[in-house]
Design a protein around this ligand. Structure first.
Ligand code: TXA
Ligand code: MG
Length: 319
C-alpha cells in the first residue's frame, strides 16, 4: 500500500521525478502528476484505467500562475476566477503548447482550477509546473474524499498520498466553458449555478449525454458505487424491493428505515453542504455492506442539491 502523510517535500520529490502522488483538495482527492510531462500524465490514464478520450484538469496555485499555460481568457472567465479561486470551479480555457495534447485529449481547451486546500496550495507553490489531477478513483467509480479511500483503491499502484483530512466540499468542481463567448456549465459541482449566475449572469447547463465528447465526466453512468442504485420515494421503493437486502439513503434523519434494511442519512439536520460532504463516503459504505440494492431519495433541487442529485442520477444510471 502507499504511505500516507503530510510531507510536502516528499510529494514534491516524487512529482519532480515524473511519478504520481495522491493529493487532497476541498472537493475530492486527486491523483497528481506533472502537467508539463506527457509521460507522467500518460501514467495517470493507466493507473486509473481511464480512456484516453477523457481529458485531465490542470491544477495551479493562482490565477496569475495559470496565465503561463492559457491564453485569451474571456472577461467572464476572469470574473469567475477572481470570485471563486481558490475554490471548486474549473474553467475551460484555450491552452498554450506547454500543455501536452494528451492532457486535453487533443482538444484546444484545457480545464484549469485552483484548489482551496492549504497543503496542496503549498505543494503547488513549491513546484515549477502545474499538476494534472483527476479524481483518485478507478474510472467510473465514486470519487474519494479521504486519503484512506485513495489507498484502498489505488494504494498498490502509487507510493505516496498526502493526507489533508476529509474533503470539505465532498463533490467535484463545477466545470464552466464558453461557446461563442456564452458561458456553459458542463458539470454541476461544488459551486452552485445560482452563485455563478450572480457573477456573470445567465448560463446554460449542458444536458448530460454519453455522446458528449466535451466532458466525459458527463457520462450518464459514472460515479457508480458498485451496487444497483434506484431513485424515488423511499416508501414506495421499500414495497417494490421487498425481499431484497436493502441499503436506504435519505437526506435527513427525520424517519427511521432501519427495519427495512441498512439506513444512512446524508445530513441529520437537513443541510445540503453537509449532505455533499457525506455523499460519496455513504455510497462507499453501502458498497462494503451485505446488501443488494441501494434505494435513495433525491434532495431539494436547489444550491448544491442540484449537483448532489446529478451524482445520484449518474450513480443510478445503467448505461
Ligand atoms: O473537483 C475536481 O474537479 C476534482 C479534483 C481532484 O480537482 N477533479 C476531477 O477530475 O473531478 P476528473 O478527471 O475526475 O473529472 C474531470 C472532468 C472530466 O469529466 C473531464 O472530461 C472534464 O473534466 N475535462 C477535463 N478537461 C477537459 C477539457 N479540456 N474539455 C472538456 N472537459 C474536460
Ligand atoms: Mg472523476
Amino acid at each position: 500500500m502507499a504511505d500516507i502523510g503530510n510531507d510536502i517535500l516528499r510529494a514534491a520529490v516524487i512529482l519532480k521525478s515524473g511519478r504520481l502522488v495522491g493529493i487532497p483538495t476541498e472537493t475530492v482527492y486527486g491523483l497528481a502528476a506533472n502537467a508539463y510531462n506527457s509521460e507522467a500524465a500518460a501514467h495517470i490514464f493507466t493507473v486509473k484505467n481511464r480512456p484516453s478520450f477523457d481529458p485531465l484538469i490542470v491544477h495551479t496555485h493562482s490565477y496569475e500562475a495559470a496565465k503561463e499555460f492559457v491564453r485569451d481568457i474571456p472577461n467572464k472567465a476572469a470574473a469567475l476566477a477572481e470570485e471563486f479561486w481558490p475554490g471548486p470551479l474549473t474553467l475551460l480555457l484555450p491552452k498554450t503548447n506547454l500543455i501536452p495534447t494528451l492532457v486535453t485529449s487533443g482538444m484546444e481547451r484545457v480545464a484549469v482550477r485552483v484548489p482551496n486546500h492549504s497543503l496542496t496550495l503549498k505543494l503547488l507553490k513549491s513546484l515549477e509546473f502545474p499538476l494534472v489531477a483527476p479524481s483518485a478513483n478507478p474510472f467510473g467509480y465514486v470519487s474519494p474524499t479521504t486519503a484512506k479511500h485513495v489507498n484502498e483503491q489505488l494504494g498498490r499502484r502509487i507510493e505516496y498520498i498526502l493526507d489533508g483530512g476529509s474533503a470539505h466540499v465532498g463533490i467535484e468542481s463545477t466545470i464552466v466553458g464558453f461557446e461563442n463567448n456564452k458561458p456553459v456549465i458542463y458539470r454541476l459541482g461544488g459551486i452552485s449555478v445560482d452563485d455563478i449566475e450572480r457573477v456573470i449572469g445567465p448560463v446554460t447547463v449542458a444536458a448530460y449525454s454519453t455522446s458528449n465528447p466535451k466532458s466525459p465526466g458527463m457520462l450518464k453512468s459514472h460515479y457508480s458505487p458498485g451496487k444497483l442504485v434506484v431513485l424515488g420515494k423511499i416508501d414506495e421503493l421499500v414495497e417494490k424491493y421487498k425481499g431484497k437486502k436493502l441499503g436506504i439513503l435519505t437526506f435527513t434523519a427525520a424517519r427511521n428505515y432501519q427495519k427495512f434494511g441498512e439506513h444512512l442519512s446524508l445530513s441529520v439536520k437537513g443541510d445540503l453542504e453537509d449532505a455533499a460532504r457525506n455523499l460519496f463516503a455513504h455510497l462507499r459504505a453501502f458498497d462494503a455492506m451485505d446488501i443488494e440494492v441501494v434505494l435513495s431519495e433525491q434532495l431539494p433541487e436547489e444550491g448544491i442539491g442540484r449537483a448532489i442529485n446529478d451524482r445520484l442520477r449518474r450513480a443510478a444510471a445503467e448505461e
